[in-house]
Design a binder for this molecule. Structure first.
Ligand SMILES: Cc1cc2nc3c(=O)[nH]c(=O)nc-3n(C[C@H](O)[C@H](O)[C@H](O)COP(=O)(O)O)c2cc1C
Length: 236
């Protein structure tokens, strides 16, 4: 992700979310003010993968599809002021307020007392761990659908390499296009690799001065890409 400067806001939970854990008008105003103030990258504080395990009352989450539109509104207002934004996607683990707020049991790598309440979690089972992985994947997808460039990049890379998901060139292309269009150079290189003759195009990007060349061309269909790659071959 290319930033306008090196001012990066570390994740800080604001507790400005709605009671349902969605970004509120106050959340948007708060982050828009930081974007307007010149921050390069905002990291939204602890954003849960499971709305049953909030870290704080009103703590944000990406655990339901209802979160997508609310997060998109937040992303849009930050982008309007020229900053980038990414969510810190988490599971609250032993420290979640799920038992108090939703009557569920907190899970942890072992029996660990919550630092907030002192109440012990249970040790996560293998099945629960698989569920947590799936919740992380779903949350990253929702973040990408909400317009978070880094999430789109991460999702595209996962589909490209088959890490934790079934390898899927179509899905990889879909998400890398989103992050590529948002100006992420690494996504553009990956997209080039997905095109026929992509290896030739990708090699071109390794040469000084060629990154712009590839970024301007990565949208071309495969026919154009092939003719572009033969131009590269001819220049050798
Ligand atoms: C009000 C508040 C909320 C925070 N929320 C989070 C959070 O959601 N996630 C996180 O990883 N760190 C959180 N932190 C920690 C900060 O991101 C940061 O690491 C910490 O303030 C130390 O900053 P420093 O390394 O510049 O001293 C929070 C800190 C504060 C003061």
């Amino acid at each position: 992700m290319t930033l306008r400067n090196r001012l990066v806001m570390s994740p800080m939970e604001t507790m400005y979310g709605t009671p349902d854990g969605l970004p509120s008008e106050r959340t948007r105003d708060y982050f828009a003010a930081r974007a307007k103030g010149g921050v390069g990258l905002i990291t939204v504080g602890a954003t849960g993968i499971d709305h049953h395990h909030p870290e704080t009352p009103g703590g944000l989450h990406l655990g339901t599809d209802a979160a997508i539109d609310a997060h998109r509104a937040l992303v849009d207002v930050v982008h309007e002021h020229g900053a980038k934004i990414q969510p810190q996607i988490v599971h609250a683990g032993p420290d979640g307020l799920g038992p108090e707020m939703h009557g569920v049991t907190s899970i942890g790598p072992s029996v660990i007392p919550s630092y907030l309440t002192g109440r012990p979690s249970t040790e996560v089972t293998h099945e629960q761990l698989i569920e947590v992985f799936d919740l992380f994947k779903a949350a990253v997808r929702r973040a990408a659908e909400a317009g978070h460039t880094a999430a789109a990049r991460a999702l595209g890379s996962l589909y490209l390499t088959g890490a934790g998901v079934a390898e899927d060139a179509e899905e990889a292309t879909r998400w890398l296009r989103v992050s590529g269009d948002a100006g992420d150079p690494a996504s553009r290189v990956d997209l080039a690799n997905l095109l026929p003759q992509g290896s030739v195009l990708a090699k071109a990007t390794m040469r000084p001065g060629c990154a712009c060349w590839i970024s301007a061309r990565y949208r071309f269909d495969s026919r154009m890409a092939m003719s572009a790659s033969s131009r590269v071959e001819r220049r050798r």
